[in-house]
Design a protein around this ligand. Structure first.
Ligand SMILES: NC(=O)c1ccc[n+]([C@@H]2O[C@H](COP(=O)([O-])OP(=O)(O)OC[C@H]3O[C@@H](n4cnc5c(N)ncnc54)[C@H](O)[C@@H]3O)[C@@H](O)[C@H]2O)c1
Length: 337
């Protein structure tokens, strides 16, 4: 695709978005990077502290045409990370998910079309494929989308809009479908940082049902590198799976984290299952690998690095966990489980 000079990254103050901003600044020092982020409960400017002098940060909402029009001016490409991302929260109230993930993506597409953006990269998820439990297959890009949670449904809807802008208006679009991601800067409601930080605090590690649900775990740096590769080399109008191929159960995640921190196995706590819980996701990433993508982190090394990061950055996550938004959700979600 054409050379990029100015890149708009939405949701860049979140987990994977900030890992991608770090990569963009490191790997593409000639780029002008603009980050648009609403700073919801999941957005954190501390995630961008190491690169703050190298980027332009705009606080704004992807569902606001005025905010997007300002941020997108002069951009050659857009990478859309901005989303409501927590499945459990989507089960409590899916409206913010529809607003940001669906309406927000539509606003971005419309403004990208008007601004003459050369490429639009939508960051999607393997959850759009739905549950693979009871099979040993891996999802491939031509599989039908069968989302089962409100979160996954809004991500699938966003993808359909993205592809429709490719077909209807000739916008150059690519979609990445990444698997479960872990690593530095992840909001501690998600399984890996929740378990690490709870274990440090000697609090129980909540496992849904019997803890056997499996996810395909990928380090955030590998996910960010995959998105960067697809942004540059992906074929217009195509989706690309990104996954490292480590299928790990919740029980196994808990066991490895407790072991790494020298905490007792008794901290594992089985709680009422998530309604409609998908028991297995797994992607075949051969299509992205054929373009040259290869994950660098193995699960054991990636987890070890991540545990170390949370131990060294205790003030980062303690500040997040002390906030009302974190405590309210924790109380609301886990009190009757
Ligand atoms: N975390 C995973 O395991 C995973 C896996 C595959 C795909 N994804 C996708 O990757 C993307 C990033 O996920 P994440 O885990 O880093 O999310 P996150 O929840 O950590 O961060 C989301 C970011 O988007 C921002 N945001 C939310 N609504 C916004 C709005 N209306 N306008 C502007 N900014 C807004 C938030 O402030 C936050 O900075 C999402 O699109 C998600 O669907 C995540």
């Amino acid at each position: 695709m054409a050379e990029l000079g100015r890149l708009l990254i939405t949701g860049g103050a979140g987990f994977i978005g900030s890992n991608y901003v770090h990569l963009a600044v490191r790997e593409h020092p000639d780029w002008e990077v603009v980050v648009l982020d609403k700073l919801t409960y999941a957005g954190n400017l501390e995630n961008l502290q190491p690169v703050k002098d190298r980027i332009t940060f705009l606080r704004g909402d992807i569902a606001s045409p005025a905010d997007v029009e300002q941020a997108i001016a002069g951009a050659d490409a857009v990478v859309n990370f901005a989303a409501e991302t927590h499945v459990d929260r989507s089960l409590l109230d899916s409206r913010p998910f529809v607003r940001t993930n669906v309406e927000g993506t539509l606003v971005l597409l419309e403004e990208a079309r008007r601004a003459g953006v050369k490429r639009f990269c939508q960051v999607s998820t393997d959850e759009v494929y739905g549950d693979l439990s009871g099979t040993d297959r891996h999802s491939v890009e031509i599989d039908p989308l069968r989302p089962r949670s409100p979160y996954a449904a809004t991500k699938a809807a966003a993808e359909h809009l993205v592809f429709s802008y490719g077909t209807s208006y000739g916008l150059d679009v690519v979609v990445t479908r990444g698997s479960n991601t872990y690593g530095p800067y992840q909001y501690p409601e998600k399984i890996v940082p929740l378990f690490i930080t709870n274990a440090v605090e000697d609090k129980p590690l909540p496992l849904y049902g019997d803890g056997s649900a499996v996810r395909d775990y990928m380090h955030a740096e590998d996910h960010a590198a995959g998105i960067d590769l697809i942004l540059h080399r992906g074929e217009s109008g195509q989706a690309y799976n990104l996954g490292a191929g480590y299928e790990i159960s919740g029980l196994e995640v808990a066991a490895r984290i407790l072991e790494a921190l020298g905490k007792p196995p008794g901290l594992k706590r089985f709680v009422t299952d998530r309604p409609g819980h998908d028991y297995r996701y797994s992607v075949d990433a051969a299509k992205a690998e054929a373009l040259g993508w290869k994950p660098k982190w193995s699960w054991p090394q990636g987890l070890e690095q991540t545990v170390r990061w949370y131990c060294r950055n205790e003030s980062w996550w303690r500040r997040v966990k002390e906030r009302l938004e974190f405590r309210q959700h924790e109380r609301q979600w886990y009190s009757d489980r």
